[in-house]
Design a binder for this molecule. Structure first.
Ligand code: 5AD
Length: 349
């Protein structure tokens, strides 16, 4: 048995590995170590979630962004991005349509858009919760003040996704302009947690400058934060960014890390992301078969979907859209899973 397979067995058995051992597990990844992690991760997910997969309806409601992250297609310096902002009425209509399709969680994701003040967001949250009191609302709108997070929570937000992107300071500075600080992002995550949100962190896999030991730091950060959700997908280049010529992240390494995260954080809500679905044929199903338990089909109106391009060739049709929901259900059934109509809150940790 190879060294990584031996380490994989120990991780699968619930043993704590040292940083050095986690690094070796990543560095010496083999087909055998991957299969050991995969099988154990699926088993672990089954213990908490059975064969249920939670659906989240993703509404990409604005692609205006004041930030200039080097990897992201909707960065403010990208003059070629066609900017749009959905009106509250359109967002509510997306939620209504999603509700009829069986969604009980709406994820409102957008760039850091100054137009969306706390007041406007609070009104929107109040309206969604009034029509759909049985639904959870997740926000994914970047860094804001603690006061803002508190107001949004008060208005009805239940969950918040804010990927940490990388837990290494120097790597963070390689991915972001100087005004964005890892320290601040981490502060936001702890604020959100303290305010009672179910919180999601996460990182891109294979982002420019990332080393495998950076990924070990990410795993340790996640273990320390104990988020309710972990969002993780491969880095995929966008031609109108400074990283246009960087190689895409590996889908296989992403799957391997999904399994590791499932084993390290057994009850975490773990989506098979759009980026994984884009990078790999059947990527979302593959993600489920590596320990993920959430998928987030796109509920955004068709005419704006192609404008929310964080990276290239993003899945925008078929099983990715709510229209393709039946296809997604069928695909999940084919691998032994069932897409459920439920809020799908994080199990108590
Ligand atoms: N490739 C993959 N993921 C990306 N994201 C942003 N740009 C890219 C890209 N080029 C991810 C970031 C962000 C999330 C909304 O999308 O991790 O937090």
């Amino acid at each position: 048995m190879d060294k990584a397979a031996a380490l994989a067995r120990r991780l699968a058995a619930g043993e704590a590995l040292t940083d050095g051992e986690l690094l070796t597990l990543l560095e010496q990844r083999t087909v055998e170590s991957a299969e050991i992690l995969r099988a154990a991760a699926v088993e672990t997910a089954r213990k908490t979630f059975g064969n249920r997969v939670y659906l989240r309806g993703l509404i990409e409601f604005t692609n205006y962004c004041k930030n200039d992250c080097y990897y992201c297609g909707i960065r403010r310096s990208n003059r070629k991005a066609e900017r749009y902002r959905l009106s509250p009425e359109v967002i509510l209509a997306c939620c209504d349509a999603g509700y009829d399709l069986g969604f009980r969680t709406f994820v409102l994701q957008g760039g850091e858009d100054g137009w969306w003040t706390d007041d406007k967001l609070c009104n929107l949250l109040t309206a969604i919760k009034k029509t759909h009191p049985d639904c959870a609302v997740t926000l994914s709108i970047g860094e804001r003040s603690r006061e803002s997070y508190a107001a949004l929570k008060q208005a009805g937000a239940d969950r918040y996704l804010l990927r940490h992107e990388t837990a290494n300071d120097a790597h963070y500075a390689h991915l972001h302009p100087p005004e964005l600080r890892l320290e601040h992002r981490i502060r936001c995550l702890y604020d959100l947690k303290e305010l009672g949100y179910q919180v999601g962190a996460g990182m891109m896999v294979g982002s420019p400058g990332q080393t495998l030991s950076n990924l070990v730091e990410d795993l340790r950060f996640l273990q320390e934060l104990q988020p309710h959700m972990v969002g993780m997908g491969p880095f995929l280049r966008h031609r109108d960014t400074p990283f246009a010529n960087e190689p895409d992240g590996s889908a296989d390494l992403t799957l391997y890390l999904l399994s590791m995260v499932r084993l390290l954080l057994p009850k975490v809500l773990l989506p098979a992301t759009t980026a994984l679905g884009t990078a790999l044929e059947g990527g979302r199903e593959r993600g489920i078969l590596h320990g993920a338990n959430v998928v987030m089909p796109n509920l955004s109106p068709a005419d704006v979907r192609s404008k929310y391009l964080l990276y290239h060739d993003k899945l925008a049709t078929g099983a990715e859209s709510a229209n393709g929901l039946n296809q997604l259900r069928t695909n999940l059934q084919a691998i032994g899973y069932e897409a459920v109509v439920a809020r799908g809150d994080a199990p108590t940790l």
